[in-house]
Every structure is written in structure tokens, then in C-alpha cells.
Design a protein around this ligand. Structure first.
Ligand SMILES: Nc1nc(=O)n([C@H]2C[C@H](O)[C@@H](COP(=O)(O)O)O2)cc1CO
Ligand SMILES: [Zn+2]
Length: 165
């Protein structure tokens, strides 16, 4: 029997893990996931946007508008930073990070400092914002490769039906 031909690529697999991780986010507007992979294609960190450990996502705001302290922005930890901080306890030098959304300038600082050498993203919808411009400038200057994923598939459906296995 010939081997299966329609298996997903490494890129789609790792971006898929990032997107699945984003499904854990409590942010009602934007769910972002990130997945860090080492040079051997092993996953070494995963994260999504959420509040820091011990900061209740029922008590803190998820608003986008209003006075700064009453919005989510001062409190939420971005997917990329969480993936870095949640790593399995290794040096991330030379790793890649897959992220659903192009990293902001704060996460880019952490990406650079951790030694991650490539960022693969799905959406760059905030490209015109100053934080994205700063981010791109820093990452490029620091020699981090930026690559927009070209997915080999438009969706991957996961069935939890036991008959599907
Ligand atoms: N790269 C990113 N990773 C992230 O985890 N986020 C998070 C922070 C917020 O929780 C949400 C963006 O807020 P808003 O677009 O709904 O107002 O996504 C946002 C970006 C965009 O830079
Ligand atoms: Zn960020």
C-alpha cells in the first residue's frame, strides 16, 4: 500500500498547533496562539493570549475601550511571550516561532533576546500600526527571518468522534 499523500506539511502542522492553542484564549475579541519549534522540528513551547497565572480572567476586564486600567491591555500576556515563558526549559537559540498574528514590539524584544531566529505568521493585519513597524524594524535588524506562511490547506477539521480514528 502506498503511503498517504494528503498529510499536512510541517508548516501547517505547527501553525495548526498555534491555532489550536489560541482556542484556549478567553479574549472575546482576538484569540492568538503561538508554537515554538526547535531545529529538529520538536515543539518546545506553546502559548495563547491570557492573563498571568493567579490573575483571574473572571475578575479582570476584557474590554477594548474605556479608561486604560479598565481594558485588557495592561494585563494580558500575549501568545508569543507565553510560548517563550512556557517553554520546556531549554535554550531557545536557533528556534522558530509560529504565531497566528505578527508579533508586537514587546514580544519581539523577548523573541530576539531568547535567540529565536525565525518568525512564521499567518496574519499581519496590524502591519500599519506603529508597534508593528517598530517590531518589524527590530526583528529585521536583529537578523530574525520573517515569513508569512503559505498554507497548503485552508482548514484542518478535528473530529472528536471515536469512529473517526
Ligand atoms: N501578536 C499578538 N499576540 C497576541 O497575543 N495579541 C493579543 C493581545 C490581546 O489579547 C489581543 C489583541 O487585542 P485586540 O486586537 O482585540 O484589541 O490579542 C495581540 C497581538 C498583536 O500584536
Ligand atoms: Zn505581543
Amino acid at each position: 500500500m502506498p503511503k498517504r499523500a494528503d498529510y499536512i506539511s510541517w508548516d501547517d502542522y505547527f501553525m495548526g498547533v498555534a491555532l489550536l492553542s489560541g482556542k484556549r484564549s478567553k479574549d472575546p475579541s482576538t484569540q492568538v496562539g503561538a508554537c515554538i519549534v526547535n531545529t529538529q522540528n520538536k515543539i518546545v513551547g506553546v502559548g495563547y493570549n491570557g492573563l498571568p497565572i493567579g490573575v483571574s480572567d473572571d475578575q479582570f476586564p476584557w474590554e477594548k475601550e474605556g479608561s486604560y486600567l479598565d481594558t485588557k491591555y495592561p494585563y494580558v500576556c500575549h501568545a508569543e511571550l507565553n510560548a517563550i515563558l512556557n517553554n520546556i526549559g531549554i535554550n531557545l537559540e536557533g528556534c522558530k516561532i509560529y504565531t497566528a498574528l505578527f508579533p508586537c514590539n514587546e514580544c519581539s524584544k523577548a523573541i530576539i533576546q531568547s535567540g529565536i531566529k525565525e518568525v512564521i505568521y499567518l496574519s499581519d493585519k496590524h502591519a500599519a500600526k506603529e508597534s508593528s513597524i517598530a517590531s518589524r524594524k527590530m526583528l529585521q535588524t536583529a537578523g530574525v527571518t520573517l515569513r508569512k506562511i503559505i498554507p497548503g490547506t485552508s482548514e484542518v477539521v478535528l473530529s472528536f468522534s471515536e469512529d473517526q480514528v
